[in-house]
Each structure stands twice: as C-alpha cells, then as structure tokens.
Design a protein around this ligand. Sequence first.
Ligand code: GLA
Length: 324
Amino acid sequence: MKKLLVVSLAGLLLLSLCTSVLAADKIKIGFLVKQPDEPWFQDEWKYAQQAADELGFELIKIGATDGEKVLAGIDNLAAQQAQGFVICTPDVKLGPAIVAKAQAAGLKVMSVDDRFVGPDGNPMEEVHHMGISAFNIGKAVGQALVDEAAARGWDLKEVGFLRMSYDQLPTIKERTDGATEVLVGAGLPEANIFDSPMKVLDIEASMNAANITLTKHPDVKLWVVAGGNDSSAIGAVRALEGQKVPLENAIAVGINGTEAVAEFEKPEPTALIGSILLAAKQHGYGTAENMFKWIKDGVEPEKAIWTAGQLITRENYKEVMGLN
Ligand code: GLA
C-alpha cells in the first residue's frame, strides 16, 4: 500500500513537472491594436484567438491606444516572456521606437493594417507587414459610388463629394485617393471635392468634419461620401441626416464591412449603400499564425502581404458574409 502511494505520488509529481514545463514552453504572442473598441479590431482579436486555440499558443491582447501604452505593452510582453507580437500602432511614426524596443527585448515584430513610417517619412519596408491594397480598395469605393449615382440618373457635375480624409495615415490617404481618382475620372469636377479632414478615425470625428462642410455648402443638393473606413463614412451619413438631406440625395460607401453590417440591419435603409468587406480573418488569424510559425519553426513571413476586399450591400451582405 505504502509503495503504491509513493509510486503514485512520484507519478503526480512528474505529471505536474511536465505540465509546468509545457506551460513554460508554450509560445506567447502579443496582439496590440490601436482602437480596441472598433469592431474591425475586435474581429482581428477574435480570429487571432482562433489561431491561438487551434495552433496551441497563448495570445496576449493589448489595447494600445497611444504611444505610452504601446511601449508599456511591449515591456509587459517581455516580462511575460513572450517571443513576438503583431501590432496595429496608434501612430505609424512610432515605428522606429517600437522596433528598437522589440529588438532590445528580443521580441519578433510584425505590423498589421497601418505600416510603420521611418524617420525619412518612407514606409519601413524591413518590418514584416500585412495591409490592405488600399488604393485599389479606394477605387472600388469610387466605382460603387459612380454606379449608384448612374443608377439614380445623377449628373456628376451637380454632385458634391464629401471626402472624409485622414491624410496623416498613408493607408487611409491611399483609400481616399483611389475613390477620388475614380469619381473624377467619371466626370466629377475637381471643384466639387469638399475635403473634410477628420481629427481621429471614428464616427464622431467624421460627423463633426462633415457638418462643417455641409454647413459651408447649403447650395449642394446631391452628395457622395467616401472615407478611409466604415466609421468615416457612417459619421458623415449621420451629419447628412442631421442636416435633413433627403435619403435619395445621398450615397455613401464604407470600408471594413464590420460596422456597415449594423447599418444594413436597420429596418429603414440609410445613405450607406455599401462597404468594401475586408479580410479580417486573414489579418487576425493569418498574422498570428505567421508570427507563430516564425517563432516555432523559424519560417520568416513574407515581407509584405496585401489583402483584397469585396463590395457588400444591403442586398447581398448576408450571402457574402455567410450570415444566412
Ligand atoms: C486601418 C483602419 C481600420 C481598418 C484597417 C484595415 O487601421 O483604421 O479601420 O480599415 O486599416 O487594414
């Protein structure tokens, strides 16, 4: 009996030793996002968690809304003995500081969505990155606006373009540039572009920026809206509603898809007729998986991966997104 007890105690000890070694061995990966409240980033986290569960690593999610939180987050990861992280930085100019800190802590780093900008103002091409094909996706927004305007029989010479811009972030500027190119190419006069700079990338900032423009141009009756993401378009839609612009006189198209769904689910249509649905799973699951393989097997990810998007509308979003 005594012998049995000793043997089973020894067995238990061995088991607990093994599991603690396993736990210590488990790869830990951070995922830092600039706007944890935005549905896009919640989706990225959700899919990164799926990767963690399926591939067997620990995911550490960090809301990094400003530079201080980013740097503290990296310290925290180092203290937890993580081996790497994926980040959508709150400010692309933090790139060099993030890389320096990651290197000092021996952490691998990859950026997602917003690409780091170096001291020379150019993208930091040495840092592995996954982002959207921003200019092409902006063009798809422009095309959706042009098509809907044509379907309504509008003359683009009489249409005002509420351009919800955020030029300090290159991926957003490329998106609004793409939309602009298509609208102008289809006949919208340059003089009808009403740039509406946003202070931050959220619905409230978009509404404020659009209100300023709309108040300045009460003579314009027909409006098209494009911005860097869904929030940028939806805030402007709220401003148009507030200024009593009739629904049939306004057309807006967003980017992300995530926030647009809530608009499409409203019983009454709004001016947001569509959005370019981005590949949230690729951005969340894909980057986390790339980081995992890099740490575990030394497989370096591709230096830059550019993802595509697809137009969703009130009519087709359920089918396209598999929500049926
Ligand atoms: C930026 C935007 C997000 C989303 C991503 C996609 O980070 O702020 O809303 O569009 O790009 O890469």
